[in-house]
Write a protein that binds this ligand. Structure first.
Ligand code: HEC
Ligand code: HEC
Ligand code: HEC
Ligand code: HEC
Ligand code: HEC
Length: 397
């Protein structure tokens, strides 16, 4: 019996522990190779934050990697490889041990296998076409900690998986997979399900667990199906074949349009307090994910038309590393209560009234990075502090 269990455990680690690498041939290296026939999709995808998920293209991600390396005394390359599971899943090095840090600390890793893989052209685009459309199988029964590249198997070079059942291309082979049309949430959950701190001890995101219902992510994040083409190559009566398609922009928290009206607001007076109720009709929490997002409640108290005072409340989750120091989620050992508005649920907050006021205007905003983490990482780009308007309301007191 004992040997049986050991055998299963070994099999388990073999299946889910380390991912297999498929080296991408020049012909299918990156999105440039798809432009001749899928230019419209390449353009849309370039606008998405999937296209920014590489170290060099996202200031917030870059600084988070640097911060983690510094505070955890690890080499930057080792952190990059760990984050690559989801941010750069075509990386050709899948795991490096602690011994790598010793080599790196004396500069002996330069030009080595890890360094080369991290510089490679095939990963510079982050989550590109050759990530999603080269997924052959998803290991749905793998433990929840196994994500990104470790959760999938890649197709051979030149095989594109997708939603169409009858696609024919002269450039590549095509194969239909259910996780592009019937059940596309499976594809998104490869990475957007669960995240933990770098030492594995603290859960920092759990989108799959918080998800209510089975609405498809793509309906909101790729928009409704509309008439278009999958490829511009003339393949039917000397014309491109008409198809029902979605856009590849994957709009989310970085896009103002997504935030507008994402929450519903209700205001009421309760004795000497203002009662602010935020209702979330979306199937996941707002904010969601592992990125220290925040919601802002701005309450402007008036007497008639005269502004008496403005109160600001930041709803966010804060993280601590050792000795109670402020932290980003990835280096944290402890988290405060999560103040995000639950999926298809609501939360109520009380704000003391300003004396003498007889009406109040409330504005709800969303911010990509909360004050604490923005300062900690010294983020420079203005997008991280910009306020995205969600909704507003007014009530007499
Ligand atoms: C994050 C995953 C993801 C990435 C990255 C991605 N796609 Fe897709 N793609 C999808 C999904 C999901 C669908 C199915 C959309 C639907 O319901 O029609 C799709 C559909 C397609 C289709 C079929 C036409 C359609 O819209 O249904 C083509 C062709 C395609 N993608 C090409 C590309 C190319 C080229 C790139 C890179 C520029 C790319 N995709 C990047 C997920 C992705
Ligand atoms: C020479 C033209 C050409 C090039 C280059 C090309 N494709 Fe295609 N691709 C097509 C055609 C044609 C179809 C079928 C369209 C249809 O049936 O409506 C197609 C279909 C697809 C599909 C849908 C498959 C399915 O079964 O749903 C995906 C995904 C796809 N291509 C990805 C890519 C990617 C990624 C690249 C770049 C590495 C690429 N293609 C390069 C012509 C091309
Ligand atoms: C291989 C892992 C992976 C897969 C598969 C994946 N994503 Fe992502 N996604 C990411 C990462 C990593 C980011 C963050 C990139 C960044 O901000 O630099 C992201 C960002 C996003 C965002 C945020 C954009 C914003 O503006 O904040 C949305 C929305 C999104 N993905 C939707 C989807 C949907 C829908 C699917 C399924 C069709 C999907 N993703 C599949 C890894 C993935
Ligand atoms: C009914 C529409 C809807 C559906 C379905 C939906 N989302 Fe969203 N999602 C939104 C809205 C609205 C936002 C913007 C608010 C926000 O950023 O929190 C958003 C934001 C996001 C973000 C950025 C979050 C952040 O705060 O950085 C990610 C990532 C994301 N969604 C992933 C997903 C995934 C994965 C699924 C499917 C499992 C999904 N969404 C299903 C509406 C939807
Ligand atoms: C299990 C998959 C996974 C791993 C591993 C992972 N991430 Fe992410 N990361 C995501 C997803 C999915 C998103 C987008 C959803 C969101 O906003 O939280 C994201 C978003 C981010 C963002 C927000 C970027 C932006 O533009 O707003 C930062 C910063 C980030 N990750 C840092 C890291 C760091 C640093 C590591 C490694 C220590 C890491 N991540 C490892 C899945 C992962």
């Amino acid at each position: 019996m004992k040997t049986f269990i050991v055998a299963i455990l070994l099999l388990g680690t073999h299946l889910f522990g380390a991912s297999q690498v498929v080296h991408l041939d020049k012909k299918y290296k990156n999105s440039k190779k798809c432009r001749a026939c899928h230019m419209h999709i390449v353009r849309e995808w370039r606008e998405s934050w999937h296209a920014k998920s590489h170290y060099k293209n996202d200031e917030f991600f870059k600084r988070s990697v640097d911060f983690t390396a510094k505070k955890k005394r690890m080499s930057k390359n080792r952190v990059k490889v760990m984050c690559a599971k989801c941010h750069n899943p075509r990386l050709e090095v899948t795991n490096i041990g602690e011994d790598y840090d010793i080599i790196a600390s004396v500069g002996l890793d330069k030009g080595g296998k890890v360094d080369k893989a991290l510089q490679s052209d095939t990963i510079k685009e982050g989550i590109n076409c050759l990530v999603c459309h080269n997924i052959d199988k998803i290991h749905e029964n793998a433990p929840q900690t196994v994500r990104g590249m470790d959760r999938v198997e890649w197709t051979k070079n030149g095989w594109m998986t997708g939603p169409l059942g009858d696609a024919r291309s002269p450039y590549h082979k095509t194969q239909h997979r259910d996780f592009f049309d019937k059940d596309p949430n499976k594809l998104c959950f490869v990475c957007h399900a669960y995240s933990h701190s770098i030492d594995g001890k603290l859960t920092i995101a759990s989108l799959q667990k918080e998800y209510k219902g089975n609405q498809k992510c793509v309906e909101c994040h790729m928009g409704p199906k509309h008439k278009g083409v999958a490829a511009t190559l003339p393949i039917e009566n000397a014309q491109p074949k008409p198809r029902m398609v979605r856009t590849h922009k994957f709009f989310g928290g970085h896009k103002k349009e997504m935030l507008k009206d994402a929450l519903k607001l209700k205001l009421a007076k309760a004795r000497n307090k203002l009662k602010v109720t935020l209702k979330n009709p979306q199937p996941h929490n707002i904010p969601t994910g592992c990125a220290s997002r925040s919601l802002l409640i701005e309450a402007k108290f008036y007497k008639g038309t005269k502004l008496l005072d403005t109160k600001m409340v930041e709803l966010t989750q804060k993280f601590k590393r050792k000795r109670g120091r402020a932290s980003i989620p990835h280096t944290a050992i402890e988290a405060s209560q999560n103040l995000s508005i639950p999926a298809k649920g609501s939360k109520t907050f009380l704000i003391p009234l300003v004396e003498g006021s007889n009406n109040v205007e409330v504005n709800i905003y969303y911010r990509l990075v909360n004050d604490e983490v923005r300062n900690l990482l010294k983020l420079k780009e203005s997008r991280w502090s910009e306020r995205f308007f969600i909704t507003s309301g007014r009530v007499n007191l």
